[in-house]
Unconditional design. Structure first.
Length: 325
């Protein structure tokens, strides 16, 4: 598998995202999770992303149980800070997104001390002595505290060699631009804002990251599923997609079929063609989805498809396309 550089880290250009292994939208068994991770490892994936939020600790525990069986220097792992997991006083209400989870629920804490607690608790769940990348997770309403608290803790951990790279993971690009200008970050995990349906990152984020040599871990490439299987009721940004988005996704799917290729292949290869994108972080809930993700990265997408995509202005004119179309 193609490898790339993320700061001082040598990583694979495709990573495995663990949100589905935390029961995103539907439960996943321990056996299914282990088989998924084993399939990713066998395919050559050596970058793994997780977070306390994903299944409220479940994804970290499952990922750690698998990675503890592998040589520690043979892979890189990222996790996130900004949410502490705590058992609520009353009964835990079932979450809208994560199913089959433990009783703990996330509590926002972007303070310096909260971040240090979060890192320690993640290491316990993972059963590892270190992680390689730490990201401030979804600080949308907590910019000031993230800069003065969370990032101060992350800079300290990077300075003493505890972690190799720091940054933030968000579903928006605007605040990431502010972080890039305020904090000496190494990378960002951007979810859903650079896809065949949404190229918002082109406006400011990708240019500033390129100028500052900040790597992009790109998640949400299928926009929560609509670019994997466009239909009425498909998800976009973890919610039911509105009819206009469904119509656009169906038009893209029709164009792919016209050129004898698949929408998932076009969606993934479009994202990987941008030079700012370091790693495509692909979620999977079973071994078949891992195999499919790898296959879509290699599936032939004809140049005629990219040319027609450009000619019909179905993507931002600034977006680079595979093969220079």
């Amino acid at each position: 598998m193609k490898r790339t550089r993320l700061g001082s880290l040598d990583v694979t250009a495709i990573g495995l995202g663990s949100a589905p292994l935390g029961g995103l939208f539907s439960p996943v068994s321990d056996a299914e999770a282990e088989a998924t991770l084993a399939a990713g490892w066998s395919a050559g994936i050596r970058f793994y992303d997780t977070a306390p939020l994903y299944g409220f600790g479940l994804a970290e525990r499952r990922l750690g149980a698998f990675l503890r069986q592998q040589p520690r220097d043979s892979y890189a792992i990222s996790t996130k800070v900004g949410r502490l997991l705590r058992v609520p006083d009353g009964a835990a209400v079932e979450d809208d997104h994560y199913k089959g989870t433990p009783r703990e629920r996330p509590v926002f804490d972007f303070s310096h001390d909260g971040v240090m607690r979060s890192v320690g608790e993640s290491l316990v769940r993972l059963g590892l002595d270190r992680v390689d990348v730490l990201l401030v997770h979804d600080p949308d309403d907590h910019y000031d505290e993230a800069v003065s608290g969370a990032f101060r803790a992350l800079e300290r951990l990077r300075a003493d060699g505890t972690v190799k790279a720091i940054g933030a993971g968000m579903n928006q690009s605007e605040m990431l631009v502010r972080f890039a200008e305020a904090v000496p970050v190494d990378c960002f995990l951007l979810a859903g804002r650079y896809t065949l349906l949404d190229q918002g990152a082109l406006e400011a984020l990708f240019p500033v990251c390129t100028a500052k040599n900040v790597g992009i871990l790109l998640g949400g490439i299928y926009n929560s599923g609509i670019l994997a299987n466009p239909h009425v009721g498909a998800k976009f940004n973890y919610q039911d997609a509105d009819p206009a988005l469904v119509a656009r996704a169906l038009a893209l799917d029709e164009l792919c079929r016209k050129h004898g290729t698949e929408l998932k292949a076009a969606a993934l290869q479009f994202c990987m063609a941008h030079p700012a994108v370091t790693v495509a972080v692909m979620g999977a809930r079973n071994a078949a989805e891992v195999a499919d993700n790898i296959a879509m990265s290699e599936r032939k997408v004809p140049q005629a498809f990219w040319q027609e995509l450009r000619a019909r202005s179905l993507v931002d004119a600034r977006a680079p396309l595979p093969g220079g179309a």
